[in-house]
Design a protein around this ligand. Structure first.
Ligand SMILES: Cc1ncc(C[n+]2csc(CCOP(=O)(O)OP(=O)(O)O)c2C)c(N)n1
Length: 514
């Protein structure tokens, strides 16, 4: 068995059974090994940003990593923005990056690059295998590093000769640490603050945003009146009717400051103290008021569910929770296709147990308030601010959860970064309904121009923020990649198309013209 096959068998043995790929010559032995090893699903992406974003979406929903297969430094480089998003989401990802044979590197062939240097900023763990006999153990360590809580990006670089030379066979997974328990004194300290009578908020992130942990937080809120909050961008938030709802710290700085103005103690459960997305002249970077104290109760890798349950018990909280969202949703909108109409209709028609891949940017910000009481769903966001995640993330989520409907809420400018994901959706027959918010602009940047104090912009500046002229034809783009599509210009048309998209088994795209 060669090194490549020992690695493929090791990955499978460690539970990694999906590989998002965009290979080249240096990865051919690994491609051949994946072909030989039963049980690993290989999914081709036509750009590496699709590959890495799909791996992120997959792991957020599967709760285990996928592998990626990337071609040397340039291939990895193309995938960096979405690895950055994955790293911020604390998503486990195992990157396998091919390299030249060890003896070939010194000749500086065209594709030679500092792969470790490219990998390091977006990886928690980086290693280049030295020979075919160590590849399997390196691969097992990469998986262990990726799944060590809360989740990490691990990058294993595979020189071609380590793939084709003889190996010692697959390696077993090393021990992976459990999430540490938060100690009793820390829990008691949080309980003291919550009993102090001063305004307290729990800021929940990561694993604390799953239904069971939210329920424990809701018990704490019921017992103490504490507010429940989450960061503006989250890897995966479980929400909808019957679940404990949390307030999201808003993106606009003034709104965030107003939301947090009365908070005296912010208890951090897997979260960092909230900071502004960007600095603006004359606005603070920290969003909590000066007299607010942060209490770091649990880090992202700690046992957040256990910590919240221990805190609820310490407080003698009753079993029922506050802030449980009631089942309620509007009727589908009629008339003009405004942003409000879109949000209303999405909420009205969303099916049970949906996964929302949200890269809706300015338009998408209107949807969460409307869907609070919609049927239970998972909400996935861009966590690292690097646009171009939405379509790949939806793709990966649909591969992780083939029995659940995936809805992409997708701003048009962001969609253009990685639109090749639509081809993967068609090829794999994925159940994804993508709504393109076709406002023909980088609308968010129009707001930002004002926010940074650059007033009275001229033609040249405005042209950098508009993506019309020519308008993108999303129906043609989607159908050109094998995805059925339609255009909606009224609410009624949108309602029909959205229902049709949800009813069809494969991918469907709606260009919602705003
Ligand atoms: C990788 C990357 N490049 C550029 C940006 C800067 N950026 C932020 S929002 C945005 C435009 C968003 O436009 P669109 O997706 O159409 O959403 P809208 O603002 O119109 O709602 C850009 C270019 C970014 N965040 N990430």
């Amino acid at each position: 068995m060669n090194g490549a096959e020992s690695l493929a068998r090791t990955l499978l043995g460690c539970g990694v059974d999906v590989c998002f790929t965009n290979p080249g010559t240096s990865e051919m032995h690994f491609v051949a090994a994946l072909d030989r090893v039963e049980g690993i699903r290989c999914v081709l992406g036509l750009f590496e940003g699709v590959v890495t974003g799909a791996a992120d979406g997959y792991a957020r929903m599967a709760d285990k990593p996928a592998a990626t297969l990337l071609h040397l430094g340039p291939g990895l480089g193309n995938g960096i923005a979405n690895l950055h998003n994955a790293k911020k989401a604390m998503t486990p990802v195992v990157n396998i990056v091919g390299d030249h044979a060890t003896y070939h590197v010194r000749h500086d062939a065209p594709l030679t690059a500092d792969i470790e240097g490219i990998a390091r900023p977006v990886s928690h763990w980086v290693r280049t295998s030295s020979d075919a006999r160590s590849v399997a153990a390196d691969g097992a360590e990469a998986v262990a590093a990726a799944i060590t809580p809360p989740g990490h990006v691990a990058t294993l670089i595979l020189p071609a000769d380590t793939a084709w030379n003889e190996s010692d066979g697959p390696a077993a997974m090393p021990a992976v640490p459990e999430r540490p328990t938060v100690d009793g004194d820390t829990v008691a300290g949080a309980a003291r603050l919550l009993r102090s009578g001063e305004n307290c908020a729990l800021l929940l992130a990561g694993r604390a945003l799953r239904e069971d942990a939210l329920h424990a937080a809701g018990r704490i809120a019921k017992a103490t009146g504490a507010r429940l909050m989450c960061p503006m961008s989250n890897g995966r938030l479980q929400r909808g009717a019957g679940r404990v709802a949390v307030e999201r710290v808003p993106y606009p700085v003034d709104m965030a400051l107003a939301m947090l103005a009365d908070v005296r103690h912010i208890i951090l459960v897997g979260a960092k103290s909230p900071v502004a997305f960007f600095a603006y002249p004359d606005k603070p970077s920290l969003l909590t008021p000066a007299d607010c104290e942060a209490f770091p109760m649990a880090g992202p890798g700690d046992d957040l569910l256990g910590a919240l349950e221990a805190l609820a018990d310490e407080l003698g909280a009753p079993p029922d929770a506050a802030h449980v969202a009631r089942a309620e949703r509007p009727d589908p909108a009629t008339g003009d296709l405004t942003v409000d109409a879109l949000a209303t209709s999405i909420s009205a028609l969303m099916p049970e147990n949906a996964i929302i891949a949200d890269e809706g940017i300015t338009v998408g910000r209107q949807v969460p308030a409307k869907t609070r009481g919609a049927p239970p769903h998972d909400w996935l966001q861009i966590t690292g601010g690097a646009i171009g995640l939405g379509l790949p993330m939806a793709t990966g989520a649909a591969i992780a959860c083939p029995d659940r409907p995936v809805i992409g809420l997708q701003a048009d400018g962001s969609a253009m970064y990685t639109l090749q994901a639509l081809w993967t959706q068609a090829r794999e027959g994925l159940n994804i309904t993508t709504v393109i918010f076709a406002n023909r602009a980088y609308a968010c940047l129009h707001d930002e121009l004002t926010n940074v104090g650059a007033l009275n912009p001229g033609r040249k500046a405005l042209d950098m923020l508009d993506i019309g002229n020519p308008d993108l034809d999303w129906v043609a783009l989607a159908t050109g990649m094998g995805v059925e599509a339609g255009r909606a210009t009224t609410a009624e048309e949108f309602n029909r198309q959205f229902a049709a998209g949800l009813a069809c088994q494969g991918p469907y795209l709606i260009e919602a013209v705003l």
